[in-house]
Design a protein around this ligand. Structure first.
Ligand code: ZN
Length: 281
């Protein structure tokens, strides 16, 4: 199953790519707010599996919002691919990798224009994003997938000057400018993948591929992350986990390269879809 946020309303996507408005199709059983559906995720899944859906409506990619527009918690994980830890000049962490947040106001839909912060170095980080469907505290690794509503493509856009300045890094602020957390283009449930633990992901700048990896190379897989994170923080329905980025970020290049006005960044994950960001001064 694929769900989307079409012009701010929860929609189910049909196989032909059209969208069915959930509030109307369910006769009001489920509301239009895309964030609220995660509170009743199992009930919604059961309804969607048995519902006789009407014809869908076509929609433009620009009409899509984030399939998870207002999570209560966003947990983002750093240094979770070996080659990326190396290019960043950090040792592979033992135990838990660095965890930070992307503040909720940074979240957008999949196709956007992003204003580059003045005096900054804005970098790309394509990431698998997982959305929590059922609350979990001290989740066992073996049970972790059952707590996941679905997967989406995320960009952990990062302003490196602020991120790395100061006596302690400012990961959360440096990664939370408006538009720095595009998520989408929709949410795909785990059962849609042959192997949801091993998906190709990557991104390109102006058509040049800069990152390409596989989630099978995550140091801590999504189930391990859910177990370790939920050992501390109860995960709530609709929460978001950014799982880390593979190698190829601008910071790790020689010479370094950052996003400039006019650049177009396209990010993709196998079996999900793509994000498209353009940048302005
Ligand atoms: Zn990241």
């Amino acid at each position: 199953m694929r769900i989307a946020n079409v012009s701010g309303r929860l929609a189910l996507l049909r196989a032909d790519g059209t969208a069915v408005d959930v509030e109307r199709a369910s006769g009001g059983l489920f509301g239009a707010d895309p964030q609220v559906v995660y509170e009743r995720w199992e009930e919604f899944r059961a309804w969607a599996a048995g519902a006789e859906l009407p014809e869908g409506e076509p929609f433009a990619a620009e009409a899509l919002g984030s399939p998870v527009p207002a999570p209560r918690q966003v947990l983002a994980v750093g240094l979770n691919y070996r080659a990326h830890a190396a290019e960043s000049g950090f040792a592979v962490p033992e135990g838990l990798p660095p965890v930070f947040t992307k503040f909720v106001t940074a979240i957008t839909g999949p196709v956007t224009e992003v204003t580059l912060p003045e005096g900054g170095n804005t970098d790309w980080e394509v990431e698998l994003v997982a959305v929590i469907g059922t609350r979990g505290h001290r989740v066992a690794e073996a049970d972790a997938w059952s707590h996941v509503a679905g997967l989406a493509v995320g960009q952990d856009l990062s302003e490196r000057v602020a991120q790395l300045a100061g006596p302690a890094p400012q990961f959360s602020l440096g990664k939370s400018h408006p538009g720095f957390a595009p998520i989408g283009p929709w949410l795909v449930t785990p059962d849609e993948f042959d192997n949801p633990d091993d998906l190709e992901l990557g991104c390109s700048v102006n058509g040049e591929e800069v990152q390409k990896g596989r989630t099978g190379d995550l140091i801590l897989s999504l189930p391990v992350l859910i177990a370790r994170l939920s050992a501390v923080v109860p995960l709530l329905p609709g929460d978001v986990i950014f799982t880390g980025t593979p190698a190829g970020v601008g910071l790790g290049r020689t010479p370094q390269r950052f996003l400039a006005p006019g650049d177009e960044l396209v990010s993709h994950i196998e079996g999900i879809g793509e994000l498209r960001q353009t940048f302005t001064a």
